[in-house]
Design a protein around this ligand. Structure first.
Ligand code: FES
Length: 79
């Protein structure tokens, strides 16, 4: 599964760094690093909605505080 997190400036200001760090921790904790491929991506023009994250091309808007829920539902839930 390919997960990309926007590291463009608008998303950066909204906490994309924290989200990437948290996702890296969660992937490690759950031992799914062989299944989940975390990548950075540049701005895709969806900045208004918060940090732009895609899962196999499907777009989600995250905040640092919604990262855990997102991981449980959209990442673990799909493996
Ligand atoms: S900076 Fe992330 S979508 Fe624009």
């Amino acid at each position: 599964m390919r997960v990309t997190i926007c590291i463009g400036s608008a998303c950066h200001l909204k906490g994309s760094r924290e989200i990437i760090q948290r996702l890296q921790e969660l992937v490690k904790e759950h031992g799914v690093s062989d299944k989940v491929d975390l990548n950075g991506a540049f701005c895709t023009g969806n900045c208004v909605n918060g940090v732009c994250v895609t899962v196999d091309g499907e777009l989600f808007s995250l905040k640092p505080e919604t990262t855990d829920d997102f991981f449980a539902k959209e990442i673990l839930g799909r493996l």
